[in-house]
Every structure is written in C-alpha cells, then in structure tokens.
Design a binder for this molecule. Sequence first.
Ligand code: GLN
Length: 466
Amino acid sequence: MSSAREVAAATAEALERTTAAGLNATLHWSRELLDREAQHADQVRRDGGTGSTLYGYAVAVKDNIVTTEQPTTCASRILEGYVSPYNATVVDRLRAAGAMIACKTNLDEFAMGSSTEHSAFGRVKHPLDPARVPGGSSGGSAALVAAGAVRAALGSETGGSVRQPASFCGIVGVKPSYGRVSRYGLVAFGSSLDAVAIFGATVDDAARVLNAISGHDPLDSTSVAAPPMGRPDSWDDLSGIRVGLPREYFPADLDPGVRAGVERGVAALRDLGAEIVEVSLPHTKYAVPAYYIVAPAEASSNLARYDGVRYGVRRDGDGDVRALYQATRGRGFGAEVRRRILVGTYALSAGYYDAYYLKAQQARALIAEDFRRVFDAGIDLLFTPTTPTPAFRAGEKTDDPVQMYLADIFVCPANLAGLPAVSIPVGRSEGLPIGAQIITPYFRDSRMLSVATLLERALEPTEEVR
Ligand code: GLN
C-alpha cells in the first residue's frame, strides 16, 4: 500500500494535470494542505483511529460541504471567501478513518442544476470530451474521479446530483437512504430530499467511504439512529433475487445507446441467476413536476439566510435594510438560483399553496407508494437507465430550463421517496459512458451494493454496447 505522503503527492500532480487541461473541476486545493492531510492520516494510523479503513484515500469534497481548512462557496458569489467555523460531520468522519481531504470541487450554484454550467466560477468540462458537460450538480467531484485524480469523492443529492454525473462520466455514484448519512454541514437546499452521496472509481471505493461516513449523528435531527453501514457481503450469484424493470423508465424515445447499455446489464443480471420481471410505477410521470415544486419551495426558505448580514458577501445598496437585501441577493445569486427562489416562494404563497405545494406533496406520496407496492409484492430491486441520454453538449440546455430539468427524470423519484440508489457504468455508446441504476427498499443500501459489485464484475465498463 502506498503511504499517505505518496498518495498526497500523486494527488497534487493529478490535480495540477486536470487544472492544466482546463477541466475546472476544483474550486480550492493546495499542495501544502494535502501534505498536512497526509501527516494527519499517518497520525490516525499510528493511533489506531476508527480502523484507518480509508488510509491512502484522498477524497475530493463538493464545495457545499463545509470545511474549516478551506473555503466553502457553493459556487456562488454570495459566499465568496466564506470559511466555516466547523467541519461537516462527513468531513470529520472521513479524516477519522484516515482519509485525506484532497480539494473542494466545483458545482452548480447551491447544487441547482444538472450540468455544472450554473457555477458562478465557470463550467466543468467532461473529462472525455471537453465540449460536453460532466452532468451535475456534483460535476467537479465526478470529473475528478473519472479523470483518475482521486478514487472517491463526496457530492450531494437533492434530485440525482451524484447518480446523473456518475452516469455521464462512467463511474459509480451512490445515493444512500435518506437519514443514513448526517447532513450536518451540508449546505441545505431541499432539506427533506438532501443527502450526502458518494462517487467511487469502483463500487468498493464508494462502499468503503459510505461505511466510514454513515451512522447516527446527534447533530442532525433527521439522521436515523442506526449504526454505520457495514461493508457489503460478497455474493456468488443472484439466484432467488427478483429484479423489476419499471415500464415507465423505458420510453419509446429512450436514447438507443442507453437502451443497449441497460439491456446489457439486464442480460448480465439474468446470467447471474436473477429473475427479471416487468413492473409498473404509474406515477413516475409526476416525479419531475413534483420535484421541481418541492425542491424550490424548500430552497426558497433555506436560502433566506443569505441576507448580507449573517454570511459572506454584503452589498449595502441605497438606503434601508430592504435595499441591503436586494443589492446583496440580487447580485450575489445567479439566474438559476433566483429562478428557484421565485418559483418556490410562489408555490408556497397563501394563494397558491394548495394548487402547487400541496399537490406536489400528494404526488410525492403516490410516487413513494408506487415503490412500496412493487417491493411488497416481492421485487428485491429495480433496474433502470440512470439518464435518458449520454452526456449532452455544453450550452445545449442552458436556454431551456425545462429541458435541463428533464435530465433528472429517472433519478429524482428515489430522492422523493428517500430510497437508496446507485448508478454503475454498463458500457459506452459512441465513446460516451452509459449508466444503469439499481434502486432498493429503504435502508437496504448494503444489499444494493452487493448486487452492484456482482454486476460490476460481469461488465467491462468501456466496451461499446452497440
Ligand atoms: N438537477 C436537480 C436540480 O437541479 C438536482 C440537484 C441536486 O440533486 N442537487 O435541482
């Protein structure tokens, strides 16, 4: 095993390489900080730590997860230069397990987006094709794992922001069950949906990180009182496992490369002994509209704290406190964040609450009920495409927010229902990675990763599928 010092040096070189290549995946890092992290990792190992299970890992961290040693900007002008007085629980737990924090990564401003084009600090490029997007909102973390700079990275999911970029970049993306991992120190976007989520070069890399960061945290009232997720059992095959293919996730206009990739995954599941059954989740069509009411509604409330008084940047404006708010928020937030605040405030307003917010919550309950019904009927897991298309071109969807929102169609249902889900690479189409998704019942994260490991072993991720 390489020493922490060696990994730190190799990581610094790799980050320099990705910077020189213009990936724009990092917002902050330094060689000196990496060296200090290596010393800390060695100290943890000498002390025995919590088993030093992540010794030798440099982990990139999305810049909406707070750190005391580096700024946290959420890729927003409004938080430019902000440094948190405390670490997120996940950051403390990574370090306690012997990992090094490699850098802070670029994202869509406040994690609102599906392409990392909505960063105030410039877009992130896809590591395989600079004209394309890496997905989003955790695009910086995804690009660094895909470029081989780090083996694992933290992102966050409110509506698919780790699985979608994992799929675009050809890596593993795990969204744990809601409440499995502490949100303390994850900057709030949609609190009933938010989760810290993980990118790995392999399923094992992601599983190790999840093992280290999961488990109850008294500092997060929505954290479930359960021990950390154990390392997934290693399975020989899938005999006795029933896999559901939800009809609604295979529309007629699904990209042919995506379809071929997922079919390759289905064939592998069958070869491993699984029984394949077609199922229906009839309310899937309401997932995107429900998500794009609930998430902005919660965001409009959560983002009220950036007022020019309590955090970051302040612009006084011309006159009273209202002018201060207007100047600070008007200039500090980018267009997409302002759009979300407007939509969310509207949906929550007295006159429209019943028509929008309440309706969206009802649709959300029906979506969760769809999942419950198929799992209660004996389906162990669902297998679906992660995204309707491979990575799209930069600029393709920035003028049409609804088209951008539709990129989340297969990923946001699991967030609305709080379920664990993972995206794994299943092949390539015209050189671009294709991802497939496994969704399991609540808190079956470990089983889900056992299945993902078997599938990963059965498939060559860089093979062309058509
Ligand atoms: N693309 C979704 C959005 O823009 C998801 C974001 C996320 O998961 N953080 O809201």
